[in-house]
Design a protein. Structure first.
Length: 115
């Protein structure tokens, strides 16, 4: 089992920044992919960004150039730096851990972008 603890959500103004963190604990495999997904009001869950344990990243087109995903393998923690936030970035952001054909999800953290 893997547990994921997210933090860092909140309210930001358009053009502002927020940083999300997600710490994984439990039975962590050395080779894994961690990432962030989001689900906006009335929308389906969508990928935001992922990063492998080797540091290979993948981003949704909608966040490229604005969001940066990174990780600290020693702390089993993944980060999402979100800059130039837009109202359409408003969503519940969920942390994901994937390894050995199994997915684990965090409870989510709400990000609201509004003036």
């Amino acid at each position: 089992q893997v547990q994921l603890a997210e933090s860092g959500g909140g309210l930001a103004q358009p053009g502002g920044s927020l940083r999300l963190s997600c710490a994984a604990s439990g039975s962590i495999f050395r080779v894994n992919i961690m990432g962030w997904y989001r689900q906006g009001p009335g929308k389906e869950r969508e990928l935001v960004a992922t990063i492998t344990s080797g540091g290979v990243t993948n981003y949704a087109d909608s966040v490229k150039g604005r969001f940066t995903i990174s990780r600290d393998n020693a702390k089993n923690t993944v980060y999402l730096q979100m800059n130039s936030l837009k109202p359409e970035d408003t969503a519940v952001y969920l942390c994901n851990y994937h390894s050995h054909w199994t997915d684990y999800w965090g409870k989510g953290t709400l990000v609201t972008v509004s003036s």
